[in-house]
Write a protein that binds this ligand. Structure first.
Ligand code: PGA
Length: 249
C-alpha cells in the first residue's frame, strides 16, 4: 500500500551538461514505470536543467539541501521558494554528510523539515547511526532520538508528506550494506517511534527508505523487507543503467 520511492542522491557530482546527459539516457529506460516513484537530487547548479529535461516524465526532481529561513543573508544557501520557483518538488534534509561536514544538528533538521512542509515540498529526512553507535548497541537509541527531534512540534496533519531515509553512516559509500534483516529491524524501530509521535495511521503510511551502498544486485533483497519502502542511492545512481537496474528490483 505504500508506493516505493527510489531516489538518486548525486551529491557533488555532475555538471549541468552531464546531468542533462544522464536524464536523456535515463528517461527511455524507465518510460512507463509506474510501480515506484522516481526522484533525482542533482546539485543546485543542475536543478533547473534537470527539471527541464525531466518535464512531463515520471521522474521528480529535488534539492539535496534547503535552508530553514525564508530568505536572508545566508551565503551559499538555497531557500524553499527558490527550489519551488525552478519546479523542484522534493528535498533531502539532514543527510549524514550535512550533519558530519556542515554541523547540521537535530534542531536544524527539525527547522528545515517545518520549512519544507510549509512550502509543500516533499521532505526526505535522513537519519542513521555511525559505526561506533552500532557497535556499542546504541542504534535504536540514536534512531529514536533523531526521529523524535526531527518531528518536534510537527502535527500528524502536517506530517503526511514526510519520507524518512534510514542510512547507517557506516554503509554510505563504503560498499558495506546493512543486511536486509538489520535494515528491516531499524525500519521497524523508526516506524514504531513514528507511531508514538504521530499516531499509527500516519506511521503506517510513512515511507521509510533505506540508503547505504544500494546497488542493482542487493536492491531486491532490501526492498523485499516489510518496512523498506524505497531506496536513497548515491554511488549507484550516477550512471543511468545502474540506477535503472535498481528500479528493476
Ligand atoms: P551510497 O550513498 O549509495 O553511495 O552509499 C547513499 C547516500 O549517501 O545517500
Amino acid at each position: 500500500m505504500r508506493k516505493a520511492l527510489i531516489a538518486a542522491n548525486w551529491k557533488m557530482y555532475k555538471t549541468p551538461a552531464e546531468a542533462k546527459a544522464f536524464v536523456d539516457a535515463f528517461l527511455p529506460l524507465v518510460k512507463g514505470h509506474t510501480r515506484d516513484e522516481i526522484a533525482l537530487f542533482p546539485s543546485a547548479t543542475s536543478l533547473a536543467v534537470v527539471i527541464e529535461a525531466a518535464r512531463g516524465s515520471n521522474v521528480a526532481v529535488g534539492c539535496q539541501n534547503i535552508h530553514f529561513a525564508e530568505e536572508g543573508a545566508y551565503t551559499g544557501e538555497t531557500s524553499a521558494s527558490m527550489l519551488k520557483a525552478v519546479g523542484g518538488t522534493h528535498t533531502l534534509i539532514g543527510h549524514s554528510e550535512r550533519r558530519q561536514y556542515f554541523a547540521e544538528t537535530d534542531e536544524i533538521v527539525n527547522a528545515k523539515l517545518k520549512t519544507a512542509l510549509k512550502h509543500g515540498i516533499v521532505p526526505i529526512v535522513c537519519i542513521g547511526e555511525v559505526l561506533e553507535e552500532r557497535e556499542s548497541g546504541k542504534t535504536s537509541e540514536v534512531l529514536i532520538r533523531q526521529t523524535t527531534k526531527a518531528f518536534a512540534d510537527i502535527t500528524p496533519e502536517a506530517a503526511a508528506p514526510i519520507v524518512i531515509a534510514y542510512e547507517p553512516v557506516w554503509a554510505i559509500g563504503t560498499g558495506k550494506t546493512a543486511t536486509p534483516e538489520m535494515a528491516q529491524e531499524a525500519h521497524a524501530v523508526i516506524r514504531a517511534e513514528g507511531a508514538k509521535l504521530l499516531g499509527p495511521a500516519v506511521a503506517e503510511k510513512m515511507r521509510i527508505l533505506y540508503g547505504g551502498s544500494v546497488k542493482p544486485d542487493n536492491a531486491t533483497s532490501l526492498l523485499g523487507q516489510a518496512d523498506i519502502d524505497g531506496a536513497l542511492v548515491g554511488g549507484a545512481s550516477l550512471k543511468p543503467d545502474s540506477f535503472a537496474g535498481i528500479l528493476k528490483y
